[in-house]
Ligand binder design. Structure first.
Ligand code: NIG
Ligand code: FE
Length: 379
């Protein structure tokens, strides 16, 4: 987690969108093609945002005010706000407008240095609306230079019309939504919100097994609201990642050790909801790798600036700056199964890197909190 290799005064060669070569300037080959001098700046891998909900209809500022006045996130959700509020608005919005709104967010995230972004559905909660979101994500994939992966999160909440019959909604996901999504190749991953008041570990297991039949791998929301069993069900199903983990004990840490599942902390949602921060220090000291992501969404984390995520991780998750950097790059790429293509300056990997302004040390980057240090994003 702490190891970072860097070269002061270096060259880097890009060919056909890939990193062809790099090294100290003293060994720079004589170049007879287009060159660019980045004197004084830092060049580093673009950030990998492995967990976002970037396609949504509108902000939830009313709930922001309700929380300032004392209501909790769970209380608001139980009263039909929260995810159900977002679903209501999204169902009414046409696909074109949804796409235009997401495009604005994506362009801003790219300007902050994000080179890879995972985007989840989960604000539709009906077959039509979930597919609408996934089609928007597909269109974003086809139009933007950023690498995008899509996750089907139909199991984000039980929609109001299925409140008295949750099994019928689970059946709808398995028998109605998944077959279409698989046929149209609309999802790289399947996610379930495995937490108190949302989906149980047993339901999660069932849903993940159904997705596996179509070759769709799992990524889980778990242990945000309590020790929910999300970690165990994620590991059991070889999920690529289990995300949130604000509530995690020794049993969960032991379960994650020697598993294939990357633990992902989301400091932005801890900050915004004023809930505990994932104990990354304790997890790293126990021998775990950790990734961090923005969790960009209108309810619990309306931000996508990963420089700020990095600062929060240092200040409140107990991560050292180097650990935060690895958590945002190479470990985040592993949480998406992209570690062979993204997340580090390595020969043969995609030339997805950014430049920053001059810094004395990498420690200085998260120190200047809430800023965007990205000068250029070479996507
Ligand atoms: O990752 N916790 C579940 N889902 C989202 C928030 C959803 C919302 O409130 O809109 C999250 O925090
Ligand atoms: Fe999330």
């Amino acid at each position: 987690m702490q190891n970072i290799n860097s070269i002061t005064n270096a060259y880097l060669v890009v060919e056909n969108g890939l990193i062809a070569d790099f090294g100290p300037m003293s060994e720079c080959p004589s170049l007879n093609f287009e060159t660019k001098n980045l004197e004084g700046k830092w060049l580093m891998p673009g950030f990998v945002d492995s967990h976002t909900h970037a396609v949504f209809a509108s902000a939830r500022h009313q709930e922001f005010v309700m929380r300032i006045q004392g209501k909790t996130y769970v209380e608001i959700a139980n009263e039909g706000g929260g995810i159900l509020n977002s679903a209501k608005k999204l169902r009414e919005m046409d696909e074109e407008l949804l796409y235009q709104k997401a495009l604005v967010h994506m362009n801003n995230a790219m300007a902050c240095g994000t080179a890879v972004m995972e985007i989840k559905s989960g604000y539709g909660l009906s077959t039509d609306a979930e597919i609408k979101i996934l089609r928007v994500i597909k269109r974003l994939k086809n139009t933007l230079p950023i690498k995008i992966l899509s996750t089907f999160l139909g199991a984000h909440a039980i929609p109001a019309e299925y409140k008295e019959n949750r099994q019928a909604y689970i059946d709808l996901i398995i028998n109605d939504m998944l077959p279409v999504i698989a046929k149209e190749n609309l999802a790289d991953f399947m996610d379930v919100f495995c937490d108190f008041g949302f989906f149980t570990p047993e339901e999660t297991d069932l849903l993940l097994k159904a997705a596996k039949q179509y070759g769709i791998k799992a990524k889980i929301h778990g242990n945000e609201l309590g020790i929910s069993g999300g970690v165990q069900v994620a590991v059991k199903n070889n999920a690529l990642s289990v995300d949130h983990l604000e509530h995690i004990g020794q049993e969960e840490i032991d379960c994650l050790l020697n598993s294939e599942t990357m633990p992902v902390a989301l400091p932005g949602s801890s900050f915004f909801l004023k809930i505990p921060y994932t104990p990354c220090r304790q997890m790293i000291d126990a021998g775990l790798p950790v990734a961090i992501a923005s969790d960009f969404n209108p309810g619990s984390s309306p931000h996508f600036n990963l420089w700020f995520t990095w600062s929060l991780a240092c200040l409140y998750n107990g991560m050292l700056p180097n650990e935060g950097f690895n958590a945002l790059t190479i470990n985040a790429s592993k949480a998406l199964g992209l570690e062979k293509e993204y997340g580090s300056i390595t020969k043969g990997k995609k030339a997805a890197f950014i430049t920053t302004r001059a810094f004395d040390s990498i420690n200085e980057m998260p120190y200047w909190f809430s800023m965007n240090h990205c000068l250029e994003n070479y996507l």
